[in-house]
Ligand binder design. Structure first.
Ligand SMILES: [Zn+2]
Length: 423
């Protein structure tokens, strides 16, 4: 797949299913190479492009459906010129190779216009490492009904979004599709209010424009960060507010204030689980009563690869022999009520919060956090939508397997100890 061409020439193999068979191209012109790289990445439906400097050659890798895969390499002699060309496109400082920089990549005129790229450069031992992330693909245009949420979760989420105040928060690692869900939620809110509703966002970055919604771009580290932007925005009389991320105490307290004063607030918080969001916000100094009165629910989500519908996972041309095509959303939705409300008010630690959420979820098997994501995933496996191995890759080992933790031991109801349920 990867061949270093003669001299400085480059050979990249195109593996786009719509364009079967390898097509080779050779160029030693950085301008043409950058153009070609971006075209190939967009054609392959990549979400990210990585250029990794090495002593002799630079590796090219694409992230497709969440998986990083090698895509080729080019001579290290070309590296600095490729980076310089990308920096010109992103209006970065070409003469500064000693500091990390980031900027917006102009993709105008290229395939998939309407999309945006974000360029990040980082000085490393053998040169500046490049990462490009693409925004605005079709995948981020999915409606709430088409995200792949289970009916019960979808129904409850819609119920939360129908409220006129309180916060609905999302969590999940980077690349777990939080922005797609947020955008789908905003569009769903806009559509259900036919008479119009004032929806305002502060984002970094704005991944795509949405009709009927006022979007603004925050600049962290400037006078227009999330906290200051949010405070001013509340004077603009919004009814629904979306803040890209709550990552500091100041933003958290203004966001909770907004949620408690007649605004529906959507945002993301970085945490490992739904309950982790409450812990994180308590750590940021938010008062427990503000959490229990302000937060309506937390959605914890992950993306797993979907089994290819054409070959049913065996491997075919359409899925490039991977057996997977597209992605499936697994989610855990935790609402603030009952035992969880009490645990938050008592400032319980993360284990205490998870126990409370599990107690609340008792009718559905008493799972919470990772184990609930696993249960959702196993139902998808049963429907033939993904595989057990893929769940392990994305979610880690199934909780309760391997080392026994006290949390994985549940008393077995007496009714199941005798009678036909024993098997
Ligand atoms: Zn296939």
């Amino acid at each position: 797949m990867v061949v270093l061409g003669k001299d400085d020439a480059v050979e990249l193999v195109r593996r786009n299913p719509s364009c079967p068979g390898p097509t080779h191209s050779q160029t030693s012109d950085p301008v043409a190479l950058v153009q070609e790289l971006i075209q190939k990445a967009l054609g392959a439906n990549a979400s990210d492009v990585h250029l990794d400097p090495g002593p002799e050659s630079w590796d090219v890798r694409f992230r497709v459906d969440g998986i990083l895969r090698p895509e080729g390499s080019f001579s290290s002699r070309l590296g600095p010129n490729v980076v310089a060309r990308l920096k010109v496109l992103a209006e970065l400082l070409t003469y500064r190779t000693d500091i990390p920089q980031e900027g917006r990549l102009e993709l105008g005129g290229m395939k998939g216009s309407g999309m945006e790229g974000r360029l990040s450069t980082f000085p490393t031992l053998h040169g500046e490492k490049v990462a490009i992330r693409f925004f605005g693909r079709e995948a981020t245009r999915l409606g709430l009904d088409h995200l792949g949420l289970e009916m019960e979760t979808l129904h409850r989420l819609k119920g939360l979004l129908a409220g006129r105040q309180g916060a609905v928060l999302l969590t999940g690692p980077g690349g777990s599709g939080k922005t797609t869900t947020l955008y789908a939620a905003l569009e769903s809110i806009r559509e259900t209010h036919k008479n119009g509703i004032h929806i305002f966002t502060i984002e970094d970055p704005i991944e795509r424009p949405i009709a009927g919604i006022t979007q603004s771009q925050a600049k962290p580290g400037s006078d227009f960060d999330f906290a200051r932007g949010l405070r001013s925005l509340l004077r603009q009389d919004p009814e629904v507010v979306m803040v890209g991320e709550i990552r500091d105490g100041q933003t958290a307290s203004i966001a909770m204030e907004a949620a408690l004063t007649g605004h529906l607030l959507l945002s993301t918080v970085h945490a490992g689980s739904a309950c982790g969001v409450f812990s994180r916000l308590l750590d940021m100094g938010v008062e427990p009563y503000a959490l229990t009165s302000g937060i309506r629910g937390v959605l914890n989500q992950r993306l797993v690869r979907k089994s290819c519908a054409t070959c049913r996972g065996i491997g075919c041309l359409a899925c490039q022999q991977s057996g997977f095509s597209g992605r499936l959303l697994l989610a855990e939705l935790v609402e603030v009520k009952g035992p969880l409300r009490k645990a938050i008010l008592a400032r319980a630690d993360l284990d205490g919060l998870i126990d409370a959420a599990r107690e609340m979820n008792q009718p559905h098997g008493g799972a919470s956090g990772e184990s609930q994501l696993w249960e959702t995933g196993l139902r998808a496996v049963a429907r033939g939508e993904t595989t057990h191995e893929e769940l392990t890759r994305s979610l880690g080992p199934k909780p309760g397997q391997g080392a026994l933790s006290p949390k994985s031991i549940h008393p077995i109801p007496k009714s199941q100890l005798d009678g036909e349920n024993r098997a």
